[in-house]
Design a protein around this ligand. Structure first.
Ligand code: P6P
Length: 336
């Protein structure tokens, strides 16, 4: 395995050796006895996101902006890059040899990988979240929740309907001023930044914890008028206490709040009784990352990761971020 020992020269002084994603997995995970095969799944995600990043950066030049003119089974307009990124991640996850099934926002039915798949990981993904922002150069992202099939289980569609509290790992990639892959396991949360010169993801954010200080709240204030009264009160309390930061890309908003402190709220409203965001490949993975970083994720009435899913693409309200602020917000929404 090519070991990326990257020595950065900056102003003549050598920076300390940076650890690549491959090196982190080889050292940290093997020592801690992480799930066999999970490393192959994570490296597949990293390899896929490296390719996606190139497409995102080149979209305008390659006439890959904009929509395909088609709508998907969810009634959403399909952007050119939605299809490209979905195909890339399905390909690399299949090739990993350790993924038994894939659930994807862009694909109506689960992709069941035929044949004998070692370990049998189940990956739920939003391959390109916020894709409507591509054309205006706003950060977008990819989100992954990872479960493992039960011993001896023959994987079928129902195998994917697992609560978030059974995830073994989660990851997201934010394609912004830099491309950062954040990886959460049951022990910790680490961030790796893509070094475009070498093509390696380099450890830049070891042991991420959501700061106790909460400077920001992220919500679409345009929805205030359709919120129920207790939720309006909760949003008003956030507005009076914190600065608003709302990109309109879930991964970008969450990543900023994860690193600097903050709360993201897309609650249920009169037009969206079940919320807007997706449980299996948005709320569950980011809820897993948030909790491993000391934060919380709620629907406004219950812990996101305790929801027993009824169908692959179900939606959920989402209150996500700094634990104390999430709990205080939920208390008001509940009418406490
Ligand atoms: P609204 C992007 O389309 C997305 O799915 C999330 O990334 C984002 O948080 C949300 O929708 C934004 O929704 O209604 O504020 O435009």
């Amino acid at each position: 395995m090519f070991t990326d020992l990257i020595l950065f020269r900056y102003g003549g002084a050598f920076q300390p050796r940076c650890t690549s994603l491959q090196e982190y997995i080889a050292s940290e995970w093997r020592e801690n006895g992480q799930h066999d095969g999970l490393d192959a799944v994570i490296m597949a995600i990293a390899n896929g996101s490296r390719r996606v990043q190139q497409h995102v950066q080149q979209a305008a030049l390659g006439d890959a902006y904009g929509s395909t003119g088609q709508t998907n089974f969810q009634g959403e307009i399909v952007q050119h890059l939605d299809k490209v990124t979905s195909d890339i991640f399905v390909e690399v996850l299949r090739q990993s040899g350790h993924v038994a099934a894939i659930g994807c926002e862009e694909i109506e039915r689960p992709v069941i990988v035929e044949g004998d798949v070692a370990d049998g990981y189940i990956v739920m993904m939003d391959p390109l979240d916020g894709s409507s922002n591509i054309d205006v150069g706003v950060s977008i992202g990819s989100i992954f929740g990872i479960w493992q099939k039960k011993p001896g289980e023959t994987v079928n569609d129902d195998s994917l309907l697992r609560p978030g509290n059974q995830q073994v790992a989660a990851a997201y990639v934010v394609y912004g001023s830099s491309t950062v892959l954040v990886l959460a396991t049951r022990n910790n949360v680490y961030g790796f930044t893509l070094d475009s010169a070498s093509g390696s993801f380099v450890l830049t954010h070891p042991n991420i914890k959501i700061p106790e200080n909460c400077p920001y709240y992220s919500t679409n204030e345009g929805n205030y008028k359709v919120l129920d009264r207790p939720t309006q009160e909760a949003i008003t309390l956030l507005r009076n206490k914190y600065s608003q930061r709302y990109v309109g890309s879930l991964v970008a908003d969450f990543h900023r709040n994860l690193l600097k402190g903050g709360i993201f709220a897309y609650p249920a409203d009169q037009t969206r009784k079940d919320g807007r965001l997706r449980l299996m490949y948005e709320a569950n993975p980011l809820g897993f990352v948030a909790e491993q970083a000391g934060g919380a994720a709620s629907t406004g009435h219950e812990r996101i990761m305790d929801i027993v899913p009824q169908q692959l693409h179900q939606r959920t309200p989402l209150i996500l971020g700094n634990k104390d602020v999430v709990e205080a917000t939920v208390s008001v929404i509940k009418g406490g």
